[in-house]
Design a binder for this molecule. Structure first.
Ligand code: AHM
Ligand code: MG
Length: 334
């Protein structure tokens, strides 16, 4: 019989490797895991309990919210705002920084999260997920503001995402490699099933929303054109394409079998400057991808080196297998 390690055991073992640890980060990671289990359950039952529809509202970026966007945001807040590990939160669904209630203890960490990434896929029963990034709250700050969140991705203490697909999986890094856990729905525990995930350096698979082609810049036009032409266009191999429209599913695929994922800079009015949000999409995914041996860039700079201008800032994202992402970066430099 397989006796796998649980996430709880993994977190405690990691904590023991650092004698200075107070257990706060461990506690916070457990809180996030609890929230993700609840979200997994809700996503799974959304059709039955009637929460799979469109809400009568828009989020800060003017995008139509799904009922589950709002519900999962509340699940995250309700699981994280009382345990004493956080000083404040930022969410894709809420414009302002979410403060910890006055009657609850405050902790030393900040979190930025997208409670339900890929939510346009809910009603068609494709994978969606939760993405999070944990930062330290600056010393002495008791009521964090946007300024306190504006830290480079290199400052992240932990990043992860949960993907609610055929199985629910949690992918985590604390800067010491990337590990993947599968939710055992019967027992309610995440089990370490994918230790030390690594991204192959080479790939013959790309992911991009081709409907935006006319809005891309020349370097991306050139790269995708070459992939499509394959051996008939000068490349040494032919390429395959995927587009799930759920970043969590795309990054999970890249972590599993390699690949390159692009949401590049484009001139489309709604996504000018890139579509994906730096602090709770690009930056945590960049931390994970780099820890797994991949590369994550805007095409012009390393995503982890960007100093945020705001909590909801958008950036172009090109991530995945090292040799392909470096090729795309080189096209931007020419
Ligand atoms: P969301 O956070 O509102 O779900 O938007 C982010 C998602 C990503 O998961 C995905 O890569 C992208 O948007 C898909 O965009 P498009 O619909 O333009 O293909
Ligand atoms: Mg998202």
């Amino acid at each position: 019989m397989n006796t796998h390690k649980t996430l709880t055991q993994y977190i405690v073992e990691q904590q023991r490797t650092n004698p200075q640890s107070t257990g706060d980060l461990s506690g916070l990671m457990n809180d996030i895991a609890s929230a993700c289990k609840k979200i997994s359950h809700l996503v799974n039952r959304s059709g039955i309990i009637g929460i799979g529809g469109v809400a009568d509202s828009e989020n800060v970026q003017g995008e139509v919210q799904k009922e589950l966007d709002i519900i999962t945001n509340d699940v995250m807040v309700d699981h994280l705002n009382w345990t004493g590990h956080l000083a404040a939160m930022a969410s894709e669904e809420i414009e302002e920084i979410i403060q910890i209630p006055d009657n609850q203890p405050k902790g030393k960490y900040l979190i930025a999260f997208d409670p339900l990434d890929g939510s346009s896929n809910i009603d068609i029963n494709l994978s969606v997920g939760t993405i999070f990034s944990i930062l330290r709250c600056p010393e002495g700050v008791t009521s964090p503001t946007v300024e306190d969140f504006k830290q480079k991705g290199t400052e992240q203490v932990c990043a992860g995402f949960c993907v609610y697909g055929p199985t629910t999986m949690m992918i985590l890094t604390t800067g010491n490699g990337v590990d993947g856990f599968t939710l055992d729905q019967d027992v309610g525990e995440f089990i370490l099933t994918h230790p030390k995930m690594t991204i192959p350096e080479d790939t013959a698979e790309f992911a991009i929303n081709m409907s935006n082609q006319r809005f891309w810049e020349p370097p991306v036009q050139r790269y995708i054109d070459e992939c499509i032409k394959g051996v008939d266009g000068g490349r040494e191999k032919n390429f395959n394409m995927r587009w799930v429209a759920s970043m969590v599913a795309e990054v999970y695929r890249v972590l599993t079998r390699g690949g390159v994922f692009l949401y590049p800079l484009d001139t489309k009015p709604t996504t000018q400057g890139g579509k994906l949000r730096l602090m709770y999409e690009a930056s945590p995914m960049a931390f994970i991808v780099e820890q797994a041996g991949g590369v994550c860039s805007t095409g012009r700079e390393r995503v982890l080196d960007i100093t945020p201008e705001g909590v909801h800032q958008r950036v172009p994202v090109i991530l995945g297998s090292k040799n392909e992402v470096e090729r795309i970066i080189s096209y931007h430099q020419e």
